[in-house]
Design a protein around this ligand. Structure first.
Ligand code: DDH
Length: 290
């Protein structure tokens, strides 16, 4: 059965906007992280990895229980590097002790995306902290060395279509890979902390060479110093994926719209929000300043 979202009695949009603002202000203040990329991409990746443990077959994993806070999940080798985002969020969790971990991790991703000029992401609260015994086993996060059929099969576990898969992977415009975390190295593009359709533009327009990196893993490199994982490059090798790459490279608005829907689905997988009301849409710090 789906997890039932819990009504946040006495809490309104304003309360969650305060959490949003605390995260957004900290993002502005601590902009020197990771060579001045800042924490935004790392927070987005955390929101995806806490959701990426979902399995629709038994409704296990997913963002609902906030189980990333337990050692088993935090220590999943696939989560290397996300201790930065977790550490970033510690003072926020202390300041707002009423928010559940699942709500905090997902709201942090939404905040980071919006503050990095991404689309507005409608977000709903109501996740409830689960017990440690409900922590999913390691190994549910994807393997970057694989091909298109692996990617399609992997995301089938969430019920995502080809179009949704391509849209979601556009998040790789953000941040970079780190040899010490994943065994891959380099950014996907130039604007590492602005949300754009650059991932798709670069996939199509750069001159990619498959090379072995210092960790012995194969990645695609371009003269400009950009990289693509094998699973990223699979999106132009597979015809059914490629047509969406071409669409999003041409049409940033279409990418934003489709990314928004797929990302909301990712964050809400396995949860029944019932009649708990409509999603909140937060104002960015810039919008509140003017
Ligand atoms: Fe990713 N990702 N990702 N990714 N991801 C990495 C970094 C980031 C895969 C592999 C990697 C999504 C899907 C996939 C972000 C967002 C999203 C890294 C590098 C690897 C490897 C980590 C490191 O070395 O620090 C693979 C494989 C997949 C796949 O599903 C096939 C999705 C769906 C998202 C999303 O947000 C919707 C972001 C952001 C980063 C950059 C993190 C950072 O610290 O910078």
């Amino acid at each position: 059965a789906l997890h039932l979202a819990k009504a946040q009695d006495g809490k309104s949009l304003e309360d969650f906007q305060k959490v949003y603002n605390a995260i957004a202000e900290k993002l502005r203040d601590e902009d020197e992280f990771d060579g001045y990329i800042g924490y935004g991409p790392n927070l987005v990746r955390l929101s995806w990895h806490v959701s990426g443990t979902f399995d629709k077959n038994d409704n296990s994993g997913g963002s609902f229980g906030g189980t990333y806070r337990f050692k088993k999940e935090a220590d999943d080798p696939a989560n290397k590097g996300l201790q930065n985002a977790a550490h970033f969020l510690e003072p926020i969790a202390k300041k707002f002790p009423w928010i559940s971990h699942g709500d905090l991790y997902t709201l942090a991703g939404v905040t980071a995306l919006q503050e990095m000029q991404g689309p507005k992401i409608p977000w709903r609260p109501g996740r409830v902290d689960a017990d440690e015994k409900d922590t999913p086993e390691n190994g549910r996060l994807p393997d970057a060395s694989q091909d298109g059929s692996y990617v399609r099969h992997y995301f089938g576990r969430f019920g995502f279509t080809d179009q949704e898969i391509v849209a979601l992977l556009g998040a790789h415009c953000l941040g970079k890979t780190h040899l010490e975390n994943s065994g891959y190295e380099g950014p996907w593009g130039a604007a590492t902390n602005t949300f754009t359709n650059e991932f798709f533009v670069n996939l199509l327009n750069e001159n990619w060479k498959l090379e072995k990196n210092e960790a012995g893993n194969k990645q695609y490199n371009s003269e400009k110093g950009y990289m693509m994982l094998p699973t990223d490059y699979a999106l132009v090798q597979d015809g059914k994926f490629r047509k969406y790459v071409e669409k999003y490279a041409k049409d940033q608005d279409a990418f934003f719209e489709d990314f928004k829907s797929a990302y909301v689905k990712l964050l809400e997988n396995g949860i029944d929000f019932g009649k708990l009301g409509k999603a909140y849409v937060f104002k960015t710090l810039d919008e509140q300043d003017s």
